[in-house]
Design a binder for this molecule. Structure first.
Ligand code: WQD
Length: 338
């Protein structure tokens, strides 16, 4: 079985490519390298013992994408390719709509014309906005996300539902909560390109002295310690869920399938709990200052992941502390690598 992985050199993409290779899938990566570096491909090979096929181009280049489908018999796709910086999406909405949606539609057009099914879409819990009740399950009503990034995820889901219904296709929408951590080999992880938007890479860079202090965006939320709560899921557990979701689609006999899964641990952790867990797990200090809330942030989000456990036989296995240990090992690898 040959799987096209768009954005396969990215953070979650690279970990998922390793799991696919280790499950004997053939993998073809298309990645424009806007959020990755070539050494990640070499490290995927080191970890998995096999090298995926790689094409370095932008998915908006329809003619190049078509040549890939001409050259390989593709049985499915996991679509990670997207810009994902929430703040940046507010400054450059058109870039986000054009990149995230045109790339997606170009791949779907190839699937339609060549009659290919089994499409997995990288979605996000951001499609729920601030849900009224916790934990969040797949029936929780969606709310319009604050950010253009979040809107591209919600629009992407609607495109996939119509694609599956109109053309009788099998699709799976995977709503990630907050992915964290790095591969246990410390050869794969989140690449620090620019100033990190997300909490854990910022914590890691602060602990290593690259950043002077972590800004905790608000401690006046209605939570136990006043800081916002998220569901931090270990990236390798998340990668394994993609293989399970793909295997389910491949085994489905019905023509039209629209699967939707929340991928989280089911446990909420506050910002200060993450900082504290990181310090204890790695025996390092993380200097921080309390600042004003970040515009657009929600108070709390954590998953009810029972549906994925029941239907995919998947459950997040890794503790917050273990995930935070791996991210520190990755940071040390990056520093040593220079
Ligand atoms: C987590 C918590 C911040 C940085 C977004 C997207 C989601 C997913 C992950 C894209 C919040 C606080 C953060 C910092 C802080 N996909 N924080 N200081 O916003 O929950 O989710 O990223 O990557 O789709 O919506 O993740 O890591 O940015 O923030 O206090 O320097 O940490 O306020 O409470 P978020 P995050």
């Amino acid at each position: 079985m040959t799987i096209l992985v768009t954005g396969g050199l990215g953070y979650i993409g690279s970990h998922t490519v390793v799991e696919l290779l280790q499950n004997n899938f053939q993998v073809i990566i298309v990645d424009d390298m806007s959020n990755s570096e070539k050494f990640i491909l070499d490290n995927i090979e080191k970890v998995a013992g096999k090298r995926p096929v790689f094409f370095p181009f932008d998915l908006k280049r329809k003619e190049l994408l078509s040549q890939v489908f001409d050259a390989y018999e593709i049985d499915g796709c996991i679509n990670f390719a997207a810009y994902k910086a929430v703040g940046e999406s507010q400054e450059k909405p058109l870039d986000y709509y054009e990149n995230n949606l045109f790339s997606l539609i170009n791949v779907l057009q190839e699937f339609k014309t060549r009659n290919i099914s089994n499409f997995i879409f990288s979605s996000s819990c951001t499609v729920y906005g601030q849900a009224d009740e916790m934990p969040i399950d797949e029936n929780t009503p969606l709310k319009l996300p604050e950010s253009s990034y979040g809107k591209t995820k919600q629009m992407g889901e609607e495109i996939l539902k119509d694609f599956a219904t109109a053309y009788k296709k099998k699709v799976s929408l995977l709503r990630y909560f907050n992915p964290i951590g790095s591969h246990p080999t410390a050869l794969l992880g989140e690449l620090p390109i620019g100033v990190p938007n997300n909490l854990v890479p910022y914590v890691t860079q602060t602990a290593s002295g690259i950043r002077e202090k972590l800004s905790v965006w608000g401690n006046d939320y209605p939570t136990a310690d006043g800081t916002a709560i998220r569901d931090y899921i270990y990236v390798v557990d998340l990668a394994k869920a993609h293989v399970k979701a793909l295997q389910k689609l491949l085994n489905e006999t019905s023509e039209t399938v629209i699967d939707i899964y929340n991928l989280g641990t089911g446990k909420g952790s506050s910002v200060l709990e993450v900082v504290n867990a990181f310090e204890i797990a790695n025996d390092v200090k993380v200097p921080y200052q309390i600042c004003e809330r970040r515009a657009g942030d929600i108070t709390v989000a954590y998953a009810n992941a029972d549906k994925a456990e029941k239907e995919l036989g998947w459950k997040a296995e890794t503790s917050l502390e273990e995930a935070l240990r791996t991210t520190w090992e990755w940071q040390k690898y990056l520093v040593n690598r220079g």
